[in-house]
Design a protein around this ligand. Structure first.
Ligand code: NG6
Ligand code: CA
Length: 512
């Protein structure tokens, strides 16, 4: 090799090392959050009544966490904590949001997307929002829906504004209802707008899916919902098309933003009620629409992987797959989730599901994949969706203000599978609001049910409350199903955890 060739070769190597090195610090990040998906709802976590090949592939190429959590057992508080890094129980008003709720995360709050934006990322949320829109008086459906995602760090949003069992069934793109005809304004409210307004009660025999509790107000697409609305006919979508739309918009947005580091929050509505999969997935699982929606979710994960490959981004993109809370069967519609369940265990080996502070409420599938960076593995480290903020911002080299992301811990080494990683040493799990909290420290877990009532303890039954002691102590190493309260055998440990929980609540923060 002559000198000139040699030196241009080393220049080239130096260039490659720097560019690859620089890119590796700011990987693209896609967080795929499923809705109401339980620990045992996918085949790589033990489901054997049907297969989820794409989610299984993601797990096989990355890390499958056996102690991965979301922070609450309902949607709004988990999403609030994921985006702000704050435990939701510290902030009243972060429980399940009503159809016309104002924006829950205020524009002055530091968020995961706002931090990544500072770090040079392009940011987007595509899918279910359910964190409120608009100022104090709530959303102005015919005008600008601000504040919203755009005011808290998202460059782009394409949303289902609430959750699909709540009105209205319209998309919101960049702070406006999409395809709205000004001559047919959208009205959303709590009271029946006129005596003859058809509802799930007055027109029950015309519904394509019956309701079982609540969900009996305005009818759209043959399904009655929570809340009332009129108008906005040209803007309304079909439930069957949601998953396709999220994929289509993601493909477009990634294609447009692939040259810069990007962060995409892919917020699937599967498998929340009303479970109305696209026609091509109906009957695909053998378990009714709940199972079919899992197959549809799995298809979405496959499409996201394809989009990444089409753009040759696999080695520079970290995918995180998680859920917003555990499973539930009858959540308000007669969709045969229970009747067709068979032997399927949606919560895997755990007790409880959605609404519960037992493990099944918050321990969910949790997978990270970053080809070429993450070595395939199964990890038992404790990680939580609330940690993504601090982990990703630190990794991207963005400074986090001291009074922000109060409970989000840096577990990036665990998310990447470093052998020295420890994961979280403790974690608070909450029910919907702050009424029920549990604290896990190592393998010890304290459950605190303030009113001595646990909800949805047996996922394979109708939703019900079960009487439980106000405080319980569990040794998860011996009793992952949380069947034995060992408070009497280990009173000192019980008191220690009670005091720790109290100080975590009173202390206002857990991030140092
Ligand atoms: C409950 C709804 C339930 C579901 C949940 C929110 C009734 C009777 N039940 O109040 O159907 O919408 O709220 O789910 O209305 S979440 O996953 O978005 O938190
Ligand atoms: Ca949910």
């Amino acid at each position: 090799m002559n000198k000139l060739l040699l030196s241009s070769f080393s220049l080239l190597t130096a260039f490659l090392v720097t560019t690859v090195g620089a890119a590796a610090e700011k990987p693209n990040v896609i967080v795929i959050m499923a809705d109401d998906l339980g620990y045992g709802d996918v085949s790589c976590y033990g489901a054997d009544s049907f297969k989820t090949p794409n989610i299984d592939q993601l797990a096989a190429e990355g890390i499958r966490f056996t102690n991965g959590y979301c922070s609450a057992s309902t949607c709004t508080p988990t999403r609030y904590s994921f985006l702000t890094g704050n435990y939701a129980f510290r902030f009243p008003g972060t429980g399940i949001a009503a159809p016309s709720a104002p924006a829950i995360i205020k524009p002055d709050v530091t968020t995961l997307p706002s931090l990544l934006q500072k770090g040079g990322y392009k940011t987007a949320v595509i899918g279910k929002w359910h964190l409120g829109l608009g100022g104090k008086t709530g959303p102005d459906w015919n005008g600008e829906l601000r504040p919203g995602p755009a005011e808290i760090g998202f460059d782009y949003h394409f949303l289902l504004p609430t959750t699909n069992d709540r009105v209205p069934q319209v998309y919101v793109e960049n702070s406006r209802v999409l395809n709205l005809d000004p001559n047919d304004p959208l009205w959303v409210g709590r009271k029946k707008p006129s005596e003859d307004h058809p509802t799930g009660i007055t027109h029950r025999d015309m519904l394509k899916m019956d309701w079982t509790h609540g969900h009996n107000q305005t009818i759209h697409n043959g399904i009655s919902r929570i809340g009332f609305y009129t108008g906005g006919k040209s803007a309304r979508f079909r439930d069957e098309d949601l998953a396709d739309e999220w994929v289509k918009q993601s493909r477009k947005w990634i294609g447009e933003n692939k040259d810069e580091p990007f962060f995409l929050f892919f917020a699937s509505h599967d498998i929340h009620v009303p479970r109305i999969p696209h026609e091509r997935f109906q009957g695909s699982s053998g378990l009714g629409y709940r199972g079919d929606c899992i197959i549809q979710l799995d298809w979405c994960v496959g499409e996201i992987m394809k989009i990444i490959d089409e753009n040759e981004l696999a080695e520079n993109t970290m995918i995180v797959f998680c859920s917003d809370n555990g499973p539930v069967m009858d959540d308000g519609y007669a969709d045969e989730a229970l009747e067709k369940l068979g032997n399927h265990k949606a919560g895997g080996p755990f007790t409880g599901g959605k609404y519960s502070i037992y493990e099944g409420g918050t321990r969910t599938p949790f997978i990270t994949r970053w080809k070429g960076k993450i070595q395939p593995a199964v990890s038992d480290k404790v990680v939580c969706t609330i940690d993504l903020g601090t982990s990703l911002a630190n990794y991207a080299g963005v400074e986090i203000p001291e009074n922000a992301l109060l409970d989000s811990l840096d577990v990036m080494d665990a998310l990447l599978g470093d052998s020295s990683a420890t994961g979280r040493d403790h974690l608070v799990q909450q029910g919907n609001r702050s009424e029920n909290l549990s604290l896990r420290v190592g393998d010890w877990k304290l459950l605190h049910h303030r009113k001595g009532q646990g909800r949805n303890l047996v996922v394979e039954k109708l939703l019900e409350n079960t009487e439980v002691p106000e405080f319980q102590l569990i040794d998860l190493s011996k009793d992952p199903a949380e069947e034995h309260n060992v408070m009497d055998q280990h009173p000192a440990k019980g008191e220690e955890l009670k005091a720790r929980l109290k100080s975590i609540v009173a202390g206002g923060r857990t991030r140092n």
